[in-house]
Each structure stands twice: as structure tokens, then as C-alpha cells.
Ligand binder design. Structure first.
Ligand SMILES: NC(=O)c1ccc[n+]([C@@H]2O[C@H](COP(=O)([O-])OP(=O)(O)OC[C@H]3O[C@@H](n4cnc5c(N)ncnc54)[C@H](O)[C@@H]3O)[C@@H](O)[C@H]2O)c1
Length: 251
């Protein structure tokens, strides 16, 4: 029987691969046969992942996804050398201000968070869809957040960006459904990654108190779900927001 969760012969882009959920996903999918292309704007951390996962020099790309021209350029360069892109996993993201009331947030900070989390996700998707349409196959997985479903107080820019991703995924998923492409997202609650180092103690307490399992999630647990969503096995689900919240969200 065919194992549809392997990635043998597949080229998989992991954006935000230098840390946390992105690194765990790159490691898992590599172990399942994927040719990983790891992208991140933190080159130093990316180099460490390159060494740990023994990725070639042509398998890592420095990219700030809030730079539209660079997103176009880098995805085109990857396609030119790889000749295919089977899956895009976008785990890049930033928290932005936490524990700050909406009226006290500078527009500069507000805009930066939306630009990275939402515009970056849109721009990456726009670049890979024509490639995936030509292949008649593709898997797109964005990492959104429980914050996009429920909204965490004091985190207006993050909530806005993650809710925007959810709407984007739902509509585009339907658009490309006839083309062999699925577009899904996963919405984790608190996961143990470096991202939470920047989150205020008060906000972390608020989020943890809402998780029935009473613990934070691990990056590897999210990676396991992404591994399924990004695989051939997940073939009849698109425009969906998968949950990874220890029971906080049951929808
Ligand atoms: N950790 C959590 O509790 C949690 C919960 C819900 C959702 N998420 C989401 O999961 C995703 C991954 O987060 P994580 O916890 O692994 O965080 P992380 O900080 O460990 O990793 C995020 C990665 O994204 C990269 N990145 C940030 N801005 C970028 C940009 N402009 N261009 C390219 N790369 C950029 C960082 O360099 C980093 O390597 C994020 O989208 C985050 O919003 C995380």
C-alpha cells in the first residue's frame, strides 16, 4: 500500500525555517524524504539549521517576507533551479506588541506586524500558485494562530494579521480547489518556541489558563500536523483551519 505521508521526490519550501515550528517541520519533512528549501530572514539561525539538517548551499535562502520584490525574486530563483515546488509551508511570523491597548500602539508597529504576518503570507502564496497550477499539484500550509480565531487582548496587530490569514486561506482554498492545490492553515495556541520569549508574562498566563490540557504545546506536535496537511494524504480538505490548541478551540 502506498505511503502517502512521505515526501519522496518532493520539493518543500519551509519559510521561517530558522526557528521553532519551522525548524521542527523542516526536520520532520526531511526525515520523510522531502528536499527542503529553508527560508528565513535570520541568516545566522538559518545557517545553524542548515548544519543540523545537512542542507546544501542551494537549500537555504535569506528572505524577509515583508519585502514584496524579494519574495518574487527568491521564489522565482528557487523554481528556476528546482523545476518544481510541491509544498509551501509558511511558519514565518512575529508577535508585535503584547499587553498594549489598541489606542496606544504606534501605527509603525501595527503595520509591521501585518506586513510580515499577513502580506508576507499573501505574497508567498501568489508566487507559488501559478507554479502549482502548472504542476496540477500543490500544498500550501500557513501557520496562523488561535489569536486569529478568538483574539487575545493587548495584541491587536497580531490578532488582525492572523484573522486576515484565515480569511485569505478560506477563499483562496476554494479558488484553486479544481487545480489539485490545497490551501490550509493551522491555528496553534501557545507553543514552546523562542517566539514566546517576547510575550509578556501577563499575556502568557492568560493564554495558558485557557488550554484545557493545562500545558503548552511542543513545536514537534505542530510539525506532525503540518506533515499531514502538506502531504499527498491530505487530499480532500482545503480552505480549512486546523486546530492545535490543547482543547482551547474545538472549532
Ligand atoms: N509559538 C506560539 O505560541 C505560536 C502560537 C500560535 C501561532 N504561532 C505562529 O507560528 C509561527 C511560527 O512561530 P514560532 O513559535 O515557531 O516562532 P519563532 O520565532 O521560533 O520562529 C519564527 C521564525 O520566523 C522568522 N521570521 C520572522 N519574521 C520574518 C520575516 N519578516 N521574514 C522571514 N522570516 C521571518 C524568524 O526569524 C523565525 O525564525 C508564527 O507565524 C507564529 O505567529 C506561534
Amino acid at each position: 500500500m502506498e505511503n502517502k505521508t512521505n515526501f519522496n521526490g518532493e520539493v518543500v519550501l519551509v519559510v521561517g525555517a530558522a526557528s521553532g515550528i519551522g525548524t521542527a517541520t523542516a526536520a520532520l519533512l526531511k526525515s520523510r524524504g522531502a528536499r527542503i528549501i529553508a527560508l528565513d530572514f535570520n541568516l545566522q539561525a538559518l545557517r545553524k539549521v542548515q548544519a543540523d539538517l545537512t542542507l546544501g548551499e542551494d537549500q537555504i535562502f535569506e528572505l524577509d517576507i515583508s519585502n514584496h520584490d524579494k519574495v518574487k525574486e527568491v521564489v522565482a530563483a528557487i523554481y528556476a533551479s528546482e523545476k518544481r515546488i510541491d509544498a509551501l509551508i509558511n511558519s514565518a511570523g512575529m508577535t508585535g506588541p503584547t499587553n498594549v491597548k489598541v489606542e496606544d500602539i504606534s501605527w509603525q508597529e501595527y503595520e509591521r506586524t501585518i506586513k510580515v504576518n499577513l502580506f508576507g503570507a499573501i505574497w508567498l502564496t501568489q508566487q507559488v500558485i501559478p507554479i502549482m497550477k502548472a504542476q496540477k499539484y500543490g500544498r500550501i500550509v500557513h501557520v496562523t494562530s488561535i489569536a486569529g480565531k478568538e483574539g487575545n487582548p493587548g495584541m491587536a496587530p497580531y490578532n488582525t494579521s492572523k484573522a486576515g490569514m484565515i480569511g485569505f486561506v478560506k477563499g483562496v482554498g476554494k479558488e484553486v480547489a479544481p487545480d489539485g492545490i490545497t490551501v490550509n492553515a493551522i491555528a496553534p495556541a501557545v507553543i514552546r518556541t523562542p517566539m514566546n520569549a517576547a510575550t509578556s508574562e501577563e499575556t502568557l498566563k492568560y493564554m495558558l489558563a485557557r488550554i484545557p490540557m493545562g500545558r503548552v504545546g511542543e513545536a514537534e506536535e505542530v510539525a506532525e500536523m503540518i506533515g499531514f496537511i502538506a502531504s499527498k494524504a491530505c487530499s480532500f480538505t482545503t480552505g480549512f483551519i486546523f486546530d492545535a490548541s490543547g482543547g482551547r478551540a474545538t472549532y
